[in-house]
Design a protein around this ligand. Structure first.
Ligand code: TYD
Length: 209
């Protein structure tokens, strides 16, 4: 572990769980308090993240083992990149608010061909380098997720079918069962109102800042 001065907050959830809305609200609170923060997301907009996005939108085909390794590589770069890496910001005393981190990989990449145990093992280095000070999981039902996704868009990407969303939500819970105790993890009921969710998240953030 290094001596980072900023706090690292990760927002997790299945597609359509309201991450973006809640991150916007959280950022507004940081701004109101005059706290410096870096807003970021995975997959990143760096070279490896762009490759991953091209796989998600089906411009490039890759098998699921390769995809799992690419998310891991993108994450390592996201942590350590010398110009814009998260550690650099944290060490300078800037807080980092990230949409998705390794629990997304544990939830989305665990399949018949890629075990959760392998994913957790492969992330040992990542977890040594940078563990979140706070993981917030916004939990919604797969039915609600589908409702929100189909209402907003005509194009649904790779993971957005109810069956897949159900599997991903279960994937999160499997990972929480396995390593949740080693993490600062807070589960927030995403079926509450926007305001209620924001209030709960804010209370958790105040506990660590
Ligand atoms: P994101 O841009 O967060 O999509 P959304 O805003 O719709 O939630 O993430 C894009 C997709 O990448 C999303 O379907 C989840 C997937 N993903 C993984 O499968 N594994 C990972 O490790 C990460 C970070 C994302």
């Amino acid at each position: 572990m290094n001596n980072k001065k900023g706090k690292f907050i990760v927002i997790e959830g299945v597609d359509g769980s309201g991450k973006t809305t809640q991150i916007d609200r959280l950022q507004a609170k940081f701004k109101a308090n005059g706290w410096k923060f870096h807003d970021t997301a995975e997959p990143t907009d760096g070279p490896i993240g762009s490759l991953v996005r091209n796989i998600l939108n089906k411009r490039i085909v890759a098998d699921e083992r390769t995809i799992a390794a690419l998310y891991l590589a993108d994450r390592l770069d996201h942590i350590q990149n010398e110009t814009n890496g998260m550690l650099k910001h944290l060490n300078e005393g800037t807080h980092v608010i990230a949409s998705r981190y390794y629990f997304s990989s544990f939830a989305y990449q665990a399949t018949d061909n890629v075990s959760l145990d392998w994913l957790i093992d492969a992330h040992q280095l990542v977890r040594e380098l940078l563990k979140p000070d706070l993981n917030i999981f916004i939990d919604i039902s797969p039915e609600e997720s589908m409702k929100r996704l189909t209402a907003g868009r005509s194009f649904l990407d790779l993971f957005e079918t109810e069956e897949k969303i159900t599997a991903v939500r279960q994937g999160y819970w499997n990972a929480f069962d396995k390593i949740g105790k080693e993490e600062n993890l807070e589960i927030v009921d995403g079926m509450q109102t926007e305001e209620e969710i924001a209030k709960e998240i804010w209370e958790k953030v105040l506990e660590i800042i």
